[in-house]
Design a protein. Structure first.
Length: 316
């Protein structure tokens, strides 16, 4: 087990940095960044930032739970296309943080790093390609935590360069939750290998049907309001087209959260998810699952696999 990061690295204490200036800085710097194969991040510690005494705001947590479909005390949760109902101060059922919520807590720190002048990838247009989530034990919503985020490295991808962002939540000095997210900056790659059958275009037999979701055109804006992730590829058709997408994309973390809310997870668990192809808005998708494996596909008999994942115990 690695030594806990030092809270003194962030003089703000338990107050996360405001997102709006970070996103503005990232947007302003993006046109001047020219990602290329072999790019590196000069910060030896991956730009590590730490907050101590972090607590979830219960009103915000309830709003997040409703948008993502997690059950709450006081309402029935929100579906894929609905806005939910009930009191604004309701907390998630059981009083614990949903498995995906610490990602939202860590998002301002991640943006602080990814929007730095010396970070080589442009913030605008970054695409979330996958995440591994590990919860070692339940996460009571009312207690304080220590939160640390750093970039573990940059690796080549056949469509550009991926950054791995690691987030760790600690209670009493021990890790209770951690994640590794990969974000892709698309750029030309000389001599890139041809696509393989494992690029999301294959048509293996669908997993057994679990649910069908009709996703509204405003879903990206609704999730942005509770997550702070206002990447323009998720918000409007025009801004999505500026980055080469025909329509806005659902956030990968909304898709992850909605899958896990529908399927449920053990108290101690590890989840791996690949966001293989964009989930376009509006649209209709299907969730299938069996034996810990799950997938999101386009609706229809020959729908492409858009998201693939696996839920397992967190042993080891």
């Amino acid at each position: 087990m690695s030594a806990p990061p030092q809270p003194a690295q962030n003089p703000r204490g338990a107050t996360p940095p405001p997102l709006a200036p970070l996103l503005a800085r990232g947007a302003l710097l993006s046109p001047f960044k020219r990602p290329r194969p072999g790019a590196g991040f000069g910060a030896s510690d991956g730009g590590r930032l730490t907050l101590s005494g972090v607590r979830a705001d219960l009103s915000h947590l309830a709003a997040y739970a409703r948008v993502c479909g997690f059950p709450t005390d006081g309402d029935g949760g929100g579906g894929a296309g609905g806005h939910g109902s009930g009191g604004g101060h309701a907390s998630p059922a059981g009083g614990d943080l949903p498995l995906t919520y610490p990602h939202v807590l860590g998002f301002p720190l991640a943006m602080s790093i990814l929007s730095r002048r010396d970070f080589p990838l442009p913030l605008l247009g970054l695409v979330h390609t996958g995440i591994t989530l590990t919860r070692h034990r339940p996460l009571p919503a009312g207690r304080p935590y220590e939160l640390a985020v750093h970039v573990a490295g940059l690796t080549p991808h056949r469509r550009g360069t991926e950054a791995a962002v690691v987030t760790v939540l600690r209670a009493d000095g021990e890790p209770v939750w951690e994640s590794t997210s990969t974000y892709l900056a698309r750029h030309r790659v000389p001599d890139a290998p041809a696509p393989t059958p494992d690029d999301g275009t294959e048509r293996p037999a669908p997993l057994p049907f679990h649910a069908e979701w009709r996703l509204g055109a405003d879903l990206g804006r609704r999730y942005a309001a509770v997550s702070g992730d206002r990447n323009p590829i998720h918000l409007h058709p025009l801004t999505a087209r500026l980055f080469g997408f025909p329509r806005p994309l659902a956030h990968g973390m909304w898709t992850a959260a909605h899958c896990l809310a529908a399927l449920g997870t053990p108290a101690a668990t590890r989840v791996r998810m690949e966001f293989r192809s964009p989930v376009l808005l509006p649209g209709t998708v299907r969730l299938g699952s069996a034996g810990g494996e799950f997938e999101v596909r386009e609706a229809g008999e020959a729908g492409r696999v858009l998201v693939r994942g696996r839920v397992a115990g967190a042993a080891g």
